[in-house]
Design a protein around this ligand. Structure first.
Ligand code: ADP
Ligand code: MG
Length: 260
C-alpha cells in the first residue's frame, strides 16, 4: 500500500497526503472537574503518521482511547472514514476491527500462543477459516520478525517480541488506522529499536498511525506531524523539524528541555 503522494521533505501542515481518515472536531471530555480534553480539533489523513507528545497527564491516552471509543466524549464529534463513531453493538465491533490499538503493556492473551493471539480476532470477528487466518498470521509475524516464535506462549518472549506480536495482532485485522499509546515505554532500552523499526516499516508502507511516544528519533524519521498536548489542549501542531528545532510555546520549550 503506497500513500497517494509522498510527503515532501519540507512539507508543512497544509500539505497533507490522502483524504481525511480521522476528523476530530471540538472534542471535550471531563473526568469530574478535570477538563482532560479541551476543544480538541485535528484531522489525520490516510497514510499520515501523527506523533502525539506532551507531559504526563496532558490527555494523550484519553485522546487515543476516545478515537477508539474506549472512552466516551462529552461533546464534539469524532469521525472515522466519514462515519461518526458508533455507540454500541455491531457498528462498534466494526470500528474496533478497523482501528487497531497497541498499548504500552502489550496486553496479549497470556493463555494463548503467539499464533492464536494473532488469529483470534480474524476468526471470531471476520469469520476467517483457521487455515486462512493461520496463513495470513504467519505472513504478518514474519513481517514483524517473530514468525519463529509462533508456537510459544507470550511469557516465553522478550518484551520487544511481545510488542511486535501485539502489532501483528492489530495488523491481522487489516485496520484503517493504528493507534499506539507509548508502545516502547515499557521496554528495556535494548529492545526499543526492534519495535521502532517495525513501526517505521509500517509508516513507510503507508499505514495511517497515531502514535503517542517520546521517541524523537521515530518522530523525526517517520512522523508527518507532531501534536504537542498540554493540559488537555493541542498547544502546537507542526512538522517534526519545526517542532523539535523551533518550538513556539513556552510549554513546548519547557517540555523539550526536559526530555532532549
Ligand atoms: P497522558 O496519557 O497524557 O498521560 P491521560 O489521558 O492518561 O494523560 O490522563 C489525562 C488526565 O486524566 C490525567 O490527569 C489523569 O489522571 C486523568 N484520568 C485519566 N483517566 C481517568 C479516569 N478514568 N478517571 C479519572 N481521571 C482520569
Ligand atoms: Mg498516557
Amino acid at each position: 500500500m503506497e500513500p497517494t503522494q509522498p510527503a515532501p521533505a519540507t512539507s508543512n501542515i497544509s500539505v497533507r497526503r490522502g483524504e481525511p481518515l480521522v476528523v476530530v472536531e471540538h472534542v471535550d471530555k471531563h473526568f469530574g472537574d478535570l477538563h482532560v480534553l479541551n476543544d480538541i480539533d485535528t484531522v489525520v489523513n490516510r497514510g499520515e503518521v501523527v506523533v502525539v507528545i506532551g507531559p504526563s497527564g496532558s490527555g494523550k491516552s484519553t485522546l487515543c482511547r476516545a478515537i477508539n471509543r474506549l472512552e466516551t466524549i462529552d461533546s464534539g464529534t469524532i469521525m472515522i472514514d466519514g462515519e461518526k463513531l458508533p455507540e454500541e453493538g455491531a457498528a462498534l465491533a466494526k470500528l474496533r476491527a478497523d482501528v487497531g490499538m497497541v498499548f504500552q503493556s502489550f496486553n496479549l492473551f497470556a493463555h494463548k500462543t503467539v499464533l492464536e493471539n494473532v488469529t483470534l480476532a480474524p476468526i471470531r470477528v471476520k469469520r476467517r477459516s483457521r487455515k486462512e487466518a493461520d496463513a495470513k498470521a504467519m505472513e504478518i509475524l514474519d513481517r514483524v520478525g517473530v514468525a519463529n516464535q509462533a508456537k510459544k506462549m507470550p511469557a516465553q518472549l522478550s518484551g520487544g517480541q511481545q510488542q511486535r506480536v501485539a502489532i501483528a495482532r492489530s495488523l491481522a485485522m487489516n485496520p484503517k488506522l493504528i493507534l499506539m499509546d507509548e508502545p516502547t515505554s515499557a521496554l528495556d532500552p535494548e529492545m526499543i529499536n526492534e519495535v521502532l523499526d517495525v513501526m517505521i516499516g509500517l509508516a513507510k508502507d503507508g499505514m495511517t498511525m497515531i502514535v503517542v511516544t517520546h521517541e524523537m528519533g521515530f518522530a523525526r524519521k517517520a512522523a508527518d506531524r507532531v501534536l504537542f498536548m498540554a493540559d488537555g489542549r493541542i498547544v502546537e501542531e507542526a512538522t517534526p523539524a519545526q517542532f523539535f528545532d523551533h518550538p513556539e510555546s513556552d510549554r513546548a520549550k519547557d517540555f523539550l528541555s526536559k526530555i532532549l
